[in-house]
Design a protein around this ligand. Sequence first.
Ligand SMILES: [Zn+2]
Ligand SMILES: [Zn+2]
Length: 170
Amino acid sequence: MNVLDEAKSIVDSERRRIEREFPDLADLLKLVETEWKPRMTKVAGLARQYRSGRRQVIMSRFLFSKVENMEHVADVFCHEFAHQVVGGSHGHDSVWKAAAIRIGGPRAANQFHCMQVVSKPQRRWQARCPHCSKVLEITTVRANKMLRGFTYRHSNCGTVQDLVLLQRPD
Ligand SMILES: [Zn+2]
Ligand SMILES: [Zn+2]
């Protein structure tokens, strides 16, 4: 799985989680399309509402093709979805903040549209736990075994799903 596909699957699982945990937001969530825009190089996410009623969360295809930004995908999506929930007029006020915390926890409320981009090349292997979304540094030995078909699990979170290897380092 490439990094962007991994980012897309994180958004999909966030959508399923929000639908499950917040039935009052499920109808709105269905209206909100997710777009992945390649030209957003500084802004991680945006919430758009059109006069037609169309609603979008726009995510940066550029930033979320980088493995080091995977840990922000869920927070940025929840941040933007909170804008959809309260409406654009609230900006980042206390009403928006309460919605962001409710939906995505404190990290969704702290994360702003401009994300700290880490652009230096990744030298260490990483893998993501599909259960808790944590990105873990892994050893080269272990990464090479994973490439040959061995599987590992995140030992600290009670998952029954295997780690997903994210990217070959330079
Ligand atoms: Zn915002
Ligand atoms: Zn885990």
